[in-house]
Ligand binder design. Sequence first.
Ligand SMILES: [Zn+2]
Length: 349
Amino acid sequence: MAVPVKPAINQFPENIELVELHAHLGASVSPTMLWEIAHNQGLKLPTKNFWDFERTVTLYEAKPYEEYLLLHDLTEGIQSSPEALFAAAESAVSGAYRKNNITMLELRFNPILRARGGERDLDHLIVYALQGIERAMLKYPVRVGIILMLDRRFTHHENAAIVKKAIRYRERGVVGIDLAGPVKRTRASESFRPADIADIVSEARSHGLGVTIHTGEVTPAVEIWETIRALSPDRIGHGIRATDDPRLLEYLRDHHIVLETCPTSNLNTGVLKDLTQMRSVYRILKKFGVPFTINTDGPEMQRITLREEFAKLLNNRILSVRDLVRSNDIARQSSFLNGNNIPVKKYFL
Ligand SMILES: [Zn+2]
């Protein structure tokens, strides 16, 4: 009689459906698909060699943060038409289900950065992305929400335009807004302060949209404080610099503000030096009871799937199976797909 094989103690159960909250559409489409999409539009790429291209759109090697963001410029350029966004969104959702059994997914993108300097109509871009998602949802049982992103480099007027679109498409699959972008590249991004967008973020919230903000990745704990005071986010993208400030950690815990951590991305961009530093970050988050989730930031560009991310944390004794099951539950409960009126925050106390 065959002896039933028990899963190894440090193996994440394969039958648990995963939830990913922090994945950029520009980083969630395979190089093969990007190559096809680019050629189908007749785009001129920086190289005619596919293998060179693959290295150009993935983190083949670690890169400094601002350099890493330049990779996004290329993938965003390729995704800059309604048809391209349709194909990209469809492929990102299908891939998440097939490769990882992700059944709840939030994908984020910035429509203005795909408008070719105002040439493309934002409504066409957003609607085609939503339709690409819908088509993937016909094939696979995944619930998907779109987060529209604002940018540190943008004028208030541009960011307000994105919020307006997020509100317009709320009933059709847009579930939240985010802020991202380089911190140092332009004068506007250098002088950006969270309070600059307080009015439009509050407008988004009043229409039932979730709010997440990239902060505390390369910016210090003090900016996380500023973000919390000015924008009251439901979740924070990365936020690992909070580990420098015990008072902030207590605040995050007490107010149930969820961190969307992206461990491999942090190694790839040098935000975390090594696994020892990563271990220390999670040890502190656990010690203070800060709710956190595990994400890839974009599996294709980061060259890691969410399940591989879990395996890496387990194999390096950074988190246990129990920690990961909990972080996956937190992701499920804090997803903007639940709607903004459900008191989900109480679930994981
Ligand atoms: Zn991100």
